[in-house]
Design a protein around this ligand. Structure first.
Ligand SMILES: [Zn+2]
Length: 462
């Protein structure tokens, strides 16, 4: 049994206590007449109060703040370590050569960078202060601040991208989350709503993946070239045989990572980056050129580097959509370069000699990925039969994993992969097979009519 240990509470409570103290003192840009948080009914979850406080304090739409945080960190309160781009916390307050939202937040809130980095409530407050200052600089009036659609320019600026297409990608991601709604793993929720963001000058920016921004190496990919400081021009495979694929996690958001590769100070890049939510992919370095991703020149010269949006410690990022899209690329690469489809040639960054990085980490499922790469790509389907109540959904393949939801008797579920877990007896017999029906969501096969005794053909193991 491997139950993920959680460390809730301590940082958050510490943050709120410190924040309460800080708010008793002067605040540089307090809203004169703080409006009530706008949008949907009050959210639950441990961060709800912090978002309400920050939204009220700086008169920023609460749901917009939450959507930005969800895009950056999935609202993971443990997101305290720096991202690859030098960003911190739930709101990714950043301190790098191109983006200084951390320092700006410190100036506006009079909270120290240490507190802003480490304490979730302070981090959220700092982001709200920065967004509000950007809104003031764009001339957004007090009367217009309740409308999320007027905050597009401040959100795009917060992301820090220099390329207009990437700036648009960053802000569109936030507005897409407002449009679809979302619920974090700990219960913070924003309901879906219609949005019509006023993009201003960015309305004319090319949409990544549209005309003029397509990869010429891999059809499904968009093209957003990295800074020439961050890769080495070559003529592969002629100059260097390509014999490995190296798997990474970004330690940052999709748009933020693509943007980081465009920053000349980054000194890093990857060929491709995948988005967690839907498996969208952007190419930053041509396959013929050498991306700087593995931290080992020999490996860099002979590999393709693939980044995946997310943080190694948070399983919420590891979606089936991303696995399947990435595996399709790796299958294409292995075909085109004659690379064996095995773990000796499809490796994690952590496995590169001399690696100082741990990605993709223990949440990356190699069994599942390698089967997808090898063409076992089916998605099964089944009907749940509980004979009465709802069926518990668990975070892992076993009755000892935490319950993370339920499905109704008679519901149809998709089966992305099947795992061996604890033995369960149900309407369809006794089995140790568990079906993964979503990201970190499992149900026992003893309660699912799939049409097969045991494993479903062409559905991967996980
Ligand atoms: Zn890496």
């Amino acid at each position: 049994m491997t139950v993920r240990t959680s460390r809730p509470g301590r940082l958050l409570l510490g943050g709120l206590l410190t924040l309460t103290t800080a708010l008793a003192g002067p605040v540089a840009t307090a809203s004169p007449a703080a409006a009530a948080p706008t949008g949907t009914p009050a959210s639950s979850g441990p961060l709800a109060a912090a978002f309400d406080t920050a939204a009220t304090r700086y008169d920023v739409p609460r749901d917009l703040l939450m959507a930005l945080g969800y895009a950056e960190s999935r609202l993971d309160p443990e997101a305290g370590t720096p991202s690859a781009a030098g960003g911190y916390g739930i709101m990714h307050l950043a301190s790098n050569t191109q983006v200084h939202t951390l320092e700006e937040a410190a100036g506006l809130t009079r909270l120290t960078p240490t507190v802003l980095r480490a304490e979730p409530a302070a981090n959220i407050l700092g982001a709200a202060a920065v967004l509000r200052s950007y809104a003031d600089q764009t001339g957004l009036t007090a009367a217009a601040r309740d409308d999320v659609n007027g905050w597009y320019a401040p959100v795009a600026r917060y992301g820090g991208a220099t390329d207009p297409s990437v700036a648009r990608l960053y802000a569109d991601t936030v507005y897409d989350l407002l449009r679809t709604g979302f619920t974090s793993a700990r219960g913070e929720a924003v309901a879906a709503r219609p949005v019509a963001p006023r993009r201003g000058g960015l309305e004319r920016a090319a949409v990544l993946g549209g005309i003029g921004t397509l990869s010429t190496d891999y059809g499904p990919a968009a093209w957003a070239p990295a800074s020439t400081s961050n890769y080495t021009v070559a003529s592969r495979p002629g100059s260097h045989p390509v014999n490995r694929v190296v798997i990474h996690m970004t330690q940052g958001s999709y748009a933020g990572s693509i943007s980081w590769f465009q920053n000349p100070a980054a000194k890093v890049s990857a060929h491709y980056t995948f988005r967690s939510s839907d498996g969208a992919v952007t190419q930053s370095v041509r396959e013929k050129d050498i991306a700087h991703h593995a931290g080992n020149w020999t490996y860099n010269t002979r590999s393709i580097g693939i980044e995946h949006e997310g943080y190694v410690d948070n399983p919420a990022w590891f979606t089936d959509a991303m696995y399947r899209a990435s595996a399709a690329l790796t299958r294409s690469l292995t075909t085109r370069y004659g690379i064996p489809r095995d773990r000796a040639h499809i490796i994690g960054h952590v496995e590169v000699p001399g690696a100082t990085h741990t990605d993709p980490g223990p949440n990356w499922n190699w069994t599942y990925y390698l089967q997808l790469v090898n063409g076992v790509t089916g998605i099964g389907s089944g009907t749940v039969n509980t004979e009465s109540a709802n069926l518990n959904v668990r975070s892992g393949p076993g009755a000892s994993y935490p319950i993370v939801g339920s499905v109704a008797d008679g519901a149809t579920v998709s089966v992305y992969c099947q795992a061996v877990g604890s033995t369960v007896t149900g309407p369809y017999g006794t089995t140790s097979i568990w079906n993964r029906i979503g990201t970190n969501r499992y149900v026992s096969d003893a309660f699912v009519l799939t049409g097969y005794d045991g494993y479903i053909p062409n559905v991967p193991r996980c």
